[in-house]
Ligand binder design. Sequence first.
Ligand code: SF4
Length: 283
Amino acid sequence: MKKINLKEVKEKVKQAVQDANFIIDKDLKKLVQSCLPAEESPAGQEILNQILQNADIAFAEKLALCQDTGLAVFFVTMGEKLKLEYDGFKSLHDAISQGAREGYGEGYLRKSVCDPLSRKNSGDNTPVFIHWDVVAGDAFKITFMAKGGGAENMSALKMMPPSAGAQGIEDFVVDTVLKAGPNPCPPTIVGVGIGGNFETSALLAKKALLRQPVGSPHPEPLYADMEKRILERINKLGIGPMGLGGRTTSLAVHIVSHPCHIASFPVAVNLNCHSHRVVEIDF
Ligand code: SF4
């Protein structure tokens, strides 16, 4: 039976929080580089080059890739047979929270969590946001995402009639990106959740952003073709890097789908900015 020590969890989370904020995802970097030759707009080219220069500086100086270091969002896959060694922590949630607290504190990363109404900052970037998947066996994996507010704010969900079909999905996703304009700090990654119910479609869209390598196609041709079609339409909108015009509005479209009610057709879009910070933590 696999044993997981919570002190080790705390340490690995602390490291992941800082790695995500200081080191650009290598596949994201390749995507940005691959878009440069096709970017016709001089301002767009300049922004893409600045994104790459910024990443080099962040890595060399241990500075955040963006001042908005995000909400700390975690996706935990946990086997039912897993044994936890608490080592002074009250719970796995407690260990993850403490890792995030120390990671944001010691890394001098901005604390972005506040009460929704009073706007009083919690001061340590907690509470963290954890999505749990309990599975058979003794699997254990944590994925961390630092999710900036600008891109999150431009996300959308629509309960469509089932008759809307594939065309309805594609139009809704493209329209969401068009309405978002420069606000999600393009070039973006577009997470699309299709199906499920009201609340799960939003989570599917967020989980779609976790796909690695970023920009890789959906394993099923039907969805891979849809991702390609949507990306082509988005990159004809002319929004461009940081909204300054050009063809590189999005770097990738990732879809995740799930069965839904016969009367329902939920579709959610969760946008992520060029500061796409996702780190998988292995145990
Ligand atoms: S949307 Fe992304 S790039 Fe823009 S400010 Fe927020 S974290 Fe930074």
